[in-house]
Design a protein around this ligand. Structure first.
Ligand code: B12
Ligand code: SF4
Ligand code: SF4
Length: 388
């Protein structure tokens, strides 16, 4: 890797952030250069980095409109008083002038969900197979923020899905990628298997610019989505109707999963990767993230069927899946067993069907009904007898 600009750039003794621009031909005063920030972030272990100007917040109207139309479902943290904060970064850090957007790759060598068809195994999303990104990325962001302050001054605040911020919009502005039709941020070099994290700063930084949209005429994600959750947006491009999305059902929704979507939920028990698994830009994504924790990669339904609360806590300790609640996890397992077509899950489902938790009991009864429908002997109707 190229030597960091930190050593090469002159540090002003009084903390003045104006520096001689190292990238231009002449010596002119400018903002803190984009190259400086890129090198500093790379030193802190980030795979992708870019800078967005802090104002105005791009796409806030798009977000507002999406939330107003109810597409956030029951995710109240997107629709309550915190919604407005997304339009004004100054409410997160007074005097903010720039946002350093970072990406951390998480794709490992394991197969995609779309390549994995064992009916006796459940699917937990790729992003939850390892260390909780909120913790690991926050730690790196704090190092970045502290180094920046030490070298150039200014106040800073770090966020990784921990503050009301339009992370994808900002990252697009910062040049990390474009918003794909699946609504994920996609990098031409890295695909979409990466987490976003930001350092807001009061320093003036040279902004990067958004890349072109490279989805072209492709519609693979839209075609593959089992619940048709990716829909055209009146504002151009596509948007996700969370009320139809398996990731929403299995991670965020605390109540009953609508019956019309239960069969399509398949074996997903935490999140959904389908619209990224089929994306051609992920076909060549790096696979050098640490391998999945073994017990989280496609766990056998047999092992999950009778999982106790303490086993559940132990299974997900230290991962992003701690967002799951015990009763909603059992709800999801019940659906996966009902969709497995395996009569042997009738017994564990019958135990869940008498659970004290009405949510779990109702989904278990539904699942038993699914298995019964498959195993019931076919009756010969009068029409068939009449044939011939
Ligand atoms: C709520 C939420 C969800 C919800 C809703 C997702 C959604 N698409 O809105 C649910 C639970 C469904 C979800 C699922 C997932 N999520 Co999520 N989620 C979030 C969260 C907390 C807020 C997103 C939000 O504000 N949604 C509202 C919509 C309107 O906003 P948006 O999708 O960001 O779109 C904005 C821009 O992209 C832009 N925009 C959208 N379309 C277009 C089109 C054009 C042409 C233009 C110019 C702009 C534009 O305008 C929108 C408004 O600002 C963010 C973290 C954060 N604070 O941002 C993580 C985040 C988006 N999730 C993330 C991940 C990893 C996932 C999952 C992969 C997890 C999984 N495997 O199950 C899935 C992916 C599903 C999918 N296809 O999006 C990552 C995405 C990383 C990436 N590379 O994109 C984030 C950024 C978390 C992080 N810090 O890394 N998530
Ligand atoms: S995460 Fe799954 S359900 Fe949600 S939009 Fe993507 S493919 Fe559809
Ligand atoms: S699958 Fe195709 S349309 Fe969907 S995000 Fe990837 S490139 Fe874009």
């Amino acid at each position: 890797m190229e030597l960091s600009n930190i050593e090469r750039l002159p540090l002003s003794p009084n903390g003045d952030i104006s520096i001689v621009n190292g990238t231009g031909s002449g010596s002119h005063k400018s903002n803190l250069s984009s190259r400086f920030v890129h090198d500093l972030a790379a030193e802190c272990g980030f795979d992708l980095v870019g800078v967005a100007s802090a104002s105005p917040v791009p796409d806030f109207d798009r977000f507002r409109d999406w939330a107003d139309r109810g597409l956030a479902g029951e995710m109240r943290y997107l629709t309550d008083h915190r919604a407005e904060i997304r339009g004004d970064l100054g409410r997160l850090l007074p005097g903010v002038r720039a946002v350093i957007c970072t990406g951390t790759l998480y794709n490992g060598p394991e197969p995609h969900s779309t390549e994995f068809t064992d009916p006796e195994r459940a699917w937990i999303s790729r992003y939850a197979w390892g260390e909780d990104y909120h913790e690991s990325i926050q730690a790196k962001l704090k190092v970045l923020g502290a180094k920046l302050k030490q070298l150039k001054g200014g106040e800073w605040r770090s966020c990784v899905d921990t503050a009301p911020l339009l992370e994808r919009s900002l990252a697009r502005q910062a040049g990390l990628g474009w918003i794909g039709k699946n609504t994920c941020l996609i990098s031409q070099t890295a695909g979409s298997w990466f987490f976003l994290g930001e350092v807001l700063t009061t320093l003036e930084l040279e902004p990067d610019s958004p890349p072109p949209d490279r989805c072209g005429t492709c519609t693979r994600c839209i075609d593959a989505c089992p619940t048709t959750a990716i829909v055209p947006s009146a504002k151009g491009g596509f948007e996700l109707d969370a009320r139809r999305c398996i990731a929403y059902f299995t991670i965020e929704l605390r109540s009953s999963i609508p019956e019309e979507f239960r069969v399509q939920t398949g074996n997903h028990i935490f999140g959904c990767d389908i619209c990224q698994d089929v994306c051609p830009w992920n076909g060549r994504a790096a696979t050098d993230a640490p391998p999945a924790r073994e017990e989280l990669f496609a766990p056998p339904l047999d092992r999950l069927a009778g999982i106790s609360k303490s086993e559940f806590i132990h299974l997900f300790r230290g991962t992003a899946a701690t967002r799951s609640k015990y009763n909603t996890f059992l709800r999801n397992i019940a659906i996966a067993m009902g969709n497995s077509g395996q009569a042997k899950y009738r017994q564990p489902l019958e135990r869940l069907a008498v659970s004290d938790d009405p949510l779990v009991a109702e989904h278990a009864r539904w699942a038993i009904g699914q298995l019964s429908a498959i195993s019931a002997p076919k009756t010969t109707g009068p029409d068939e007898n009449d044939k011939g």
